[in-house]
Design a binder for this molecule. Structure first.
Ligand code: NAI
Length: 493
């Protein structure tokens, strides 16, 4: 194989692409990884990691505000957002550096530039051109497209990247401002995470949401609990708002809305409301990054910007070319992209032959999701409404953090865990949690669900005391009325 020929070329080095490149190298493949901007993609540079670093600062502020109760006096403490941003930048830099070091350790070639598939087929290989810092054409026997997504833009929202911002702008290494008033369009995951961070650093936060509630994907009881906390923090959430226009006013920003139920052709004459602030963050979802990759010329099918793939093999409509992560329009989560990287690599390399790996098919039944508001949220499996739609009768177990010794010691008494067990089999079919370490607690339930465990099997596993993990044990027991530290109904056999 010549220097410019690879078994696998991966376009995009986010958590899908960088992961796939390493996995393929572990199987002995010669791999090229192409990235147009930063290694680590959205997750490491403008998403999961920087927000969680800022969340850590915000959480510390919240803890310090209660330090007095714990016997720690911190007179005159001051929050310094610029310093929090510098710390966040350092965390990002270190992790991005780590990805580069790992790829190099696996002898993967990294090319910085815009990758485009310019021709070829599965039999002879594909040519991929790279333009940017590196300029060349390389050949790959198989290709994985892992180009991700970017913030969705609407012309009427006039995003100028100065006053009207996307999450990329607000996480830019040089963005160090805490606006007095922050207007957020969209009460989804991004909107709620930033609302929590900025309100803790002192902004007055106003959120405008089109739907009749925030974070529509989560259990209504969980969202209600979060909203209780938002109200306490004086975050203003205006639901059922159709945002018609966002504009810069010179000194600040202004959004004009009408009620969401006004028909589209009648918004001009509808009654309007206006909301003003110093800065605006638009977080209304993300658009797939699929343009200018050479897809049309090669006959790779797309749908509304998403690369269409076989949902089991992740192969596109062109044999030998696979796609993973946000660009496929599937579940937009970093850990799903990484998982899909494993599947696509297994299928790509086994289709070439000669590598120690068998084909894989996807399985999306158990996908944990997490939201880093305060309190945190974690969920996995079915929500109650979906279980009902699927005709599954469930038993619900609820267990509050305030009944848990460890949570009380930590002063983390807000929230609860909800576990859903199948009424017939008592197997866990879903769980949602709001409270401290909720995302970590959900990991145990995901493992239990992956292996088809019942609530009894989880509860019969000895959990260390005193730990937050006992929330899972008591939650599982609560499903069948057996939680020790909670008054309940009679045991369900
Ligand atoms: P999202 O889909 O979670 O929320 C967007 C919200 O904006 C929705 O509630 C929607 O109804 C609302 N909306 C849409 N258009 C609107 C309009 N014109 N006016 C008012 N409201 C409008 O999208 P988001 O928050 O931008 O996040 C993008 C993706 O990133 C999601 O798939 C999310 O799961 C992922 N993400 C995951 C995180 C995590 O795992 N912790 C953290 C942040 C993002």
């Amino acid at each position: 194989m010549s220097e410019q020929e690879y078994d696998l070329v991966v376009i995009g080095a986010g958590p899908g692409g960088y992961h796939a490149a390493i996995r393929a190298a572990q199987y002995g493949a010669k791999v090229a990884l192409i990235e147009k901007k930063n290694l680590g993609g959205t997750c490491l540079n403008w998403g999961c990691i920087p927000t969680k670093a800022l969340y850590a600062s915000a959480h510390l502020i919240e803890q310090i505000k209660e330090a007095d109760d714990f016997g720690v006096e911190i007179p005159g403490f001051k929050a310094n957002f610029a310093k929090a941003v510098e710390r966040k930048n350092k965390v990002v830099q270190e992790l991005v550096g780590g990805i580069e070091a790992l790829e190099k350790a696996w002898k993967n070639d990294i090319f910085m530039g815009y990758g485009k598939i310019v021709g070829g087929n599965a039999k002879d290989g594909f040519e991929i051109s790279i333009q940017g810092e590196d300029n060349k054409v390389i050949n790959g026997r198989r290709v994985i497209i892992a180009t991700g997504s970017s913030p969705a833009l609407i012309p009427a929202f006039n995003i100028d990247h100065e006053k009207i911002l996307t999450s990329d702008d607000i996480l830019h290494p040089d963005f160090k401002t805490v606006p007095e008033r922050l207007l957020i369009i969209g009460a989804g995951v991004i909107g709620c995470e930033f609302a929590n961070i900025f309100t803790t650093f002192g902004s007055k936060v106003i959120i405008l949401e089109y739907l009749p509630g925030a974070i529509a994907t989560e259990e209504p009881m969980i969202v209600k609990e979060l909203m209780k906390k938002f109200t306490k923090k004086e975050i203003e959430l205006h639901i059922s708002q159709n945002v018609l226009l966002v504009e810069s006013t010179g000194s600040g920003v202004k959004a004009t809305t009408c009620a969401a139920d006004v028909p589209r052709d009648q918004t001009d004459t509808a009654e309007k409301s206006t909301f003003e602030a110093d800065l605006c963050l638009v977080s209304i979802g993300r658009a797939k990054e699929s343009s200018n990759l050479g897809l049309e010329d090669l006959g790779i099918e797309t749908m509304r910007g998403a690369v269409k793939v076989n949902s089991e093999t992740l192969e596109s409509s062109v044999q030998g070319i696979y796609a993973i992560g946000d660009v496929t329009g599937g579940i937009m989560l970093a850990h799903v992209a990484s998982y899909e990287g494993d599947v696509a690599v297994a299928n790509a390399l086994s289709s070439i032959g000669g590598f120690p790996v068998n084909p894989m098919t996807t399985d999306y039944r158990i996908v944990p999701a997490t939201i880093f508001t305060s309190p945190n949220i974690g969920s996995v499996g079915l929500r109650r409404k979906v279980a009902k739609e699927q005709g599954i009768d469930v038993l619900m177990g609820l267990y509050p953090f305030q009944s848990l010794g460890k949570a009380k010691c930590m002063g983390e008494e807000e929230g609860f865990i909800m576990i859903l067990g199948d009424k017939q089999t008592h197997k866990i079919v879903g769980a949602s949690c709001i409270g401290t370490e909720a995302p970590e607690l959900i990991a145990e339930i995901a493992l239990a669900m992956q292996h088809g465990l019942t609530v009894h099997e989880v509860a019969e596993t000895i959990h260390s005391h005193p730990t937050i993990s006992e929330m899972v044990l008591e939650g599982c027991e609560a499903v069948v009325g057996k939680a020790i530290h909670k008054k309940g109904r009679p045991i369900h056999h």
